[in-house]
Design a protein around this ligand. Sequence first.
Ligand SMILES: Nc1nc2c(ncn2[C@@H]2O[C@H](COP(=O)(O)OP(=O)(O)OP(=O)(O)O)[C@@H](O)[C@H]2O)c(=O)[nH]1
Ligand SMILES: [Mg+2]
Length: 664
Amino acid sequence: MELNDSQHIRNIGIFAHVDAGKTTTTEQILYYSGRIRSLGSVDAGTAQTDFLEVERSRGISVRAAATRFSWQGVTINLVDTPGHVDFLSEVERSLRVMDGAVLIISAVEGVQAQTEVIWHALRERSIPTLIYMNKLDRIGADPLGTLQQIRRLLSPQAAPVQAPFGAEDSFSGAVSLLGTDGDSEEATAYLQLLEETVAEQEESLLLRYLDCGTLPKEELKQMLPSLTREGELFPVLFGASNKGISIEPLMQAMVTLLPPPSIVTDGPVSGVVFRIERDPAMGRIAYVRLYSGVIRNRDSVHNETQQIEEKVTQIRKIDGQKAEDVGLLAAGDIAAVCGWNQARIGDIIGCADYVPRETRLAVPLLTVQVRWSNEAEYPAVVAALQELADEDPLLDLQWLQEQRELHLKVMGPIQIEVLTHVLNNRYGLKAVFGEPSVIYKETPAQAGEGFIAYTMPKPCWAILRFHIEPGERGSGITYSSIVRSERLLDRYQNEVARSVPEALQQGLFGWEVTDLKVTLVEGEHHVWHTHPLDFAVATPMGIMDGLSRIGVKLLEPMLSFRLSVPEETGGKLMNELILMRGEFDSPVVRQERMEIEGTLPVATSLDFPARFGSLTKGRGVLATFFAGYRECPPDVKAERVRRGVNPLDQSKYILSVRKALAGS
Ligand SMILES: Nc1nc2c(ncn2[C@@H]2O[C@H](COP(=O)(O)OP(=O)(O)OP(=O)(O)O)[C@@H](O)[C@H]2O)c(=O)[nH]1
Ligand SMILES: [Mg+2]
């Protein structure tokens, strides 16, 4: 392959709810393409892309794993993502750098909670998507029913390009609707769905379809790639990955229907680091997707985010656990770069212009304290967690040195279990995690002002007055200044603007302060006495002064839920929901099942999924989604230990900040 020929590259992510068969499908694809010689399996703990010890023993994926293979002259970078909601941050990082997606849906379970989350994320980012319906061989597989559900819950533009033959034990494969087998009787219903969906894209086509009752196959075939790439059609395929059925047509569809990367020719280097790994020999390895330009071994490359230059020592093809130095990474492609020891996830390499924006998907709602079992291991635990936080920045490691405490943010209990496992397995450390607690936030209780005159002990001079008022829920921090630059020079104003969000990281109770408007209404520097950093020192004192005068309210994270249970357990369940401070609409009874939708605080429902299972004897279906933050009832109290000295204790705070500045 020509290295610079981006037409012959595909960057594709495989996404799905947990257990739909992503890793099994990936394994089969690697086998079919000839990339691996023997077929591994998730159940035996031998799948290529589930290579972490914990993945093999538990049979679930916890990391996004990248592999690469060739098929019909096209090189495909394939990322197998984890499906469990606790590892959503892995999915989020993969989404950013993919040009196409395969969404797997089980023909038995149908559209599940995580399917919908990923679907919305894919549509928001306009990533062309193939839908692969898997597990047609299993008891309960219902291809047509599941297809209708997909069209109802995900998109009416999801249309089959294959028709399955049989289902469950009798499932024998699927045929292309565009070939001659597509005319068989079994295929009629599927072909009709495809024709209708395509015809609806264009008026002249629709008229012709209504006239003739069919569309020429050649024309359909020609239209499919562009419709798919434009996001106007979501082709659906049918298979059973564990039996190797439909793997080849799926690969064919990946190559012909999903788009090659769009690249900038002769542009400057522009890329993003989307993953960090550690290699025992090479140290830190940064996975980079390049949108423009070329990087080579020994190049010194500009890291725009950190404003540093770092030298490339080796460029490796991404290939599971194998390493091969290819010496060059060209626009459109993905590779693992060695030698960037400072690189962090999300860093922009070269210029930012061609890199897609980052959008949030995973929001950790829990914080948990890590304890070490043996005092001598304390430094090793700190170092291990720092390394893990580099690999997953959402862990947001808080190391309170004075209190000798370590806190992490996590998505849920399975992630805690996996972290315990990784600390033990990879670092030989026996760390224990405390009970997880919810991450609260704070917001101003009313409008008011904060003031600081930082003029002592000399030399220093910074005077600031902030107006603070509550903002709408979900609005975050809005900052502006009405102080003219004659009163306060622009460079000092910039310093204040930069320091405000930092100061709001910890409010009166130690939680992040959000949903507020801060306006700088008065500011003054001194021509002789002001040191450039005085305003960075003064801002947190001014902000905290304001918060302590006007008071704050606690906000708590909420989940929206949708559940369906056998009617006879409905009453007991509603009682449970009320005890958890749940709110819901009147239940709907349909075919002896009760369906309830509403909201629940995260804090009261941590063990609800487990209890739900036993309450409904495994016959209930529960889906929950993060639904933002809401004001807590007044009796809820929650405080978090503060990092560093509280700016309300002004003299102690000034001393500590000055000491830190002098030391840095
Ligand atoms: N009957 C049947 N079982 C399948 C099929 N595909 C996968 N499985 C089984 O389903 C289970 C889950 O498969 P995985 O490939 O690990 O699913 P996954 O989507 O990668 O799961 P996570 O990565 O943990 O989200 C395994 O026990 C597979 O053997 C299929 O087509 N038919
Ligand atoms: Mg998997």
